[in-house]
Design a protein around this ligand. Structure first.
Ligand SMILES: [Zn+2]
Ligand SMILES: [Zn+2]
Length: 242
């Protein structure tokens, strides 16, 4: 049976005046994920969730966000048991035979070892990223669902301010997987167009922002240059400020 799709967050994000509605969706999800991890529900006190966060740990960005959240005891407790887990795993991995000195000819070859393999695996995981990813996929599916079902949404999509580079890629890549062949060409053509047009628009705003910093242009109107920089951060780096 097909999963029930919640279209409201998608419609809200596309209704917002921002440089990438998918960034907007991501930002909301990220807020929910941080709240779930360390917020008033205290999910970290539940055994199965704690087991998962102990194992996965947190990426640098989300560790910073969790630390900024006003629950220092919560983050301390989660970090302590995550560190217990790391100590256990590293101690186990470090029992493997130690790496040898490379021969002269193989100096540049990086030797794999259970210690570095464990750390590399651990660095790829993040409890908060995992929480976001699961929901994010269903949001992307819902964008395609709406595109097929609602002509109003197709119009809204075509009239949008486009996307950041990363989410342009996500939509481009996933379209053939989700869209009926009747819509695929129209979708991708529209997507390409709105991406380029709007990326150029922000690029031009940025150019004006730079010119306005030149004294010869100081009395000229700002046009759309004043907030060009934060909008360029969205387009280039998927950074969406509040
Ligand atoms: Zn984006
Ligand atoms: Zn993360």
């Amino acid at each position: 049976m097909k999963e029930e799709l919640n279209t409201i967050p998608i419609q809200d994000a596309f209704a917002r005046d921002c440089e990438c509605p998918v960034c907007e969706l991501y930002r909301k999800l990220e807020g929910n994920a941080i709240n779930f991890t360390i917020g008033p529900g205290a999910s970290y006190m539940e055994g199965d969730i704690r087991e998962q966060s102990d194992k996965e740990g947190f990426c640098q960005k989300h560790l910073k966000m969790l630390y900024a959240y006003p629950n220092k005891l919560g983050i301390a407790m989660m970090l302590k048991t995550h560190m217990d887990r790391t100590i256990h795993e590293v101690a186990k991995a470090s029992k493997a035979p130690l790496p040898h000195v490379n021969s002269v000819f193989k100096k540049k070859e990086v030797q794999s070892h259970p210690v570095t393999e464990y750390i590399e695996r651990a660095q790829k995981e993040c409890f908060v990223c995992g929480y976001i990813d699961r929901k994010f996929h269903s949001y992307i599916a819902t964008i395609f669902f709406l595109y097929e079902k609602e002509s109003d949404f197709r119009k809204q999509f075509a009239a949008s301010k486009g996307f950041c580079l990363e989410h342009y890629k996500v939509l481009f890549e996933k379209a053939p997987q989700y869209l009926h062949k009747k819509y695929i060409e129209e979708f991708l053509t529209t997507l390409n167009q709105i991406f380029i047009d709007n990326y150029k628009r922000v690029r031009d705003d940025l150019e004006w922002f730079i010119q306005k910093n030149d004294y010869r242009f100081k009395d000229e109107p700002w046009k759309n240059g004043r907030d060009a920089l934060p909008r360029a951060l969205t387009k280039v780096g998927s950074i969406l400020e509040e």
